[in-house]
Design a binder for this molecule. Structure first.
Ligand code: 5GP
Length: 354
């Protein structure tokens, strides 16, 4: 056993230092990025925020709303071929803003093949909770071989050596995050994890050194956290909880004491496993929770709030483009980042607004 003594940081442990800037207004800030991917050679332009492939947020309705702003959606792996076809028939352009999600099982591979036969979506997201197994690396290699022109997003990992291994195995974008998710209980159940800001900084350095890209996945609870993730070196940021509870989400709407809520659960929760597989294997613990969250209406307002926040971050550090944010960032280690005096009041206000 050994102990690493260096302190690892989370979003809450830092703030971004403001810098002198010549920017006139936040309307001047360009949030779009253009990337050329290492293996697929595909070139993509848009705002690099992705709705998570959780069944609640990774929906076709979400993709429709987010694509209007050039944001991406990872469609959950339980979406059927006929749902994909219907979506594609509605507007063929929209699939350029979608990722098709798959797992490492044979049936995942078969469904993916049937989808990609008819839907030309450029991205594949290979999603497993634990990206450290040889079986997963083999699966990334096999997909790389089978789909040379697709942009592969693979994860999740949190350390530089494994991030590098995934790029070498064929991943274009490495997904980083173990345990930070809003409905994740991995750290509680297993004691395993890595503070997300440090994971991003360390993996970004490794992945970029090989010409790969990085997607930070999990732990963003406010627009400022998304800004910190980009500032730390992420090329993409994936969101679950921040996009949950909207009209575009899939899930039961529940009324309690006159207020509307929506059911939201982790993809490794008991609820998700029962829904999609009808059982929980006795050797497996649930690593996700279920919550009822306040219903928030259309996702459009949340998106505008997020993009407005990001533009403002860029203005504070003098970054005219999102691309410059990381270079212009100095993080300050802090012991407190928010004044919590009215936080209870804000929560009740949020609920009464919705
Ligand atoms: P959030 O943005 O809600 O903080 O994090 C979203 C991410 O949490 C997802 O993209 C996924 O990587 C992770 N996640 C989703 N469901 C579960 C779960 O049940 N258990 C764990 N460990 N992680 C989850």
């Amino acid at each position: 056993m050994r102990i690493e003594q260096e302190i690892k940081l989370d979003f809450k442990d830092v703030l971004i230092r403001p810098k002198r800037s010549t920017l006139q207004t936040r309307a001047d800030v360009d949030l779009t990025r253009e990337y050329n991917f290492k293996h697929s050679k595909f070139s993509w332009k848009g705002i690099p925020i992705i709705a998570s492939n959780m069944d609640h947020v990774g929906t076709f309705a979400m993709a429709k709303s987010l694509a209007k702003h050039q944001l991406l959606t990872a469609i959950d792996k339980f979406a059927s071929l006929s749902e994909w076809k219907r979506f594609y028939a509605g507007d063929q352009q929209l699939c350029n803003y979608c990722l098709a999600t798959t797992g490492i099982k044979k049936e995942d591979d078969e469904l993916l093949e049937r989808i990609l036969d008819v839907i030309p979506t450029p991205f594949i997201c290979i999603d497993v909770a634990n990206g450290y197994t040889q079986r997963f690396v083999d699966c990334v290699m096999a997909l790389r071989k089978k789909y040379p022109n697709k942009t592969l997003v693979a994860g999740n990992v949190v350390t530089a050596e494994m991030a590098e291994e995934l790029v070498l195995a064929g991943a274009d974008i490495v997904k980083v995050g173990i345990g930070p998710g809003s409905v994740c209980t991995t750290r509680l159940k297993t004691g395993v994890g890595y503070p997300q800001l440090s994971a991003i900084i360390e993996c970004a350095d490794a992945v970029h050194g090989l010409g790969g890209h990085l997607c930070a996945d999990g732990g963003c609870a406010a627009p400022g956290d998304i800004a910190k993730a980009f500032a730390a070196g992420s090329d993409f940021v994936m969101l679950g909880g921040m996009l949950a509870g909207h009209e575009e989400c899939l899930g039961e709407k529940i009324q309690e004491n006159g207020q509307w809520f929506m059911r939201f659960y982790g993809m490794s929760s008991r609820e998700a496993m029962m829904k999609h597989y009808g059982r929980i294997n006795p050797y497996r613990a649930s690593e996700g929770r279920s919550v009822n969250i306040p219903y928030r209406g259309k996702v459009e307002y949340t998106i505008l709030d997020i993009l407005g926040g990001l533009r403002s971050t860029c203005t504070y550090v003098g970054a005219q483009r999102l691309k410059e944010l990381s270079k212009r960032t100095t993080f300050l280690r802090v012991t407190q980042q928010l004044n919590e005096v009215f936080s209870a009041f804000q929560v009740s206000e949020l609920i009464s607004e919705s």
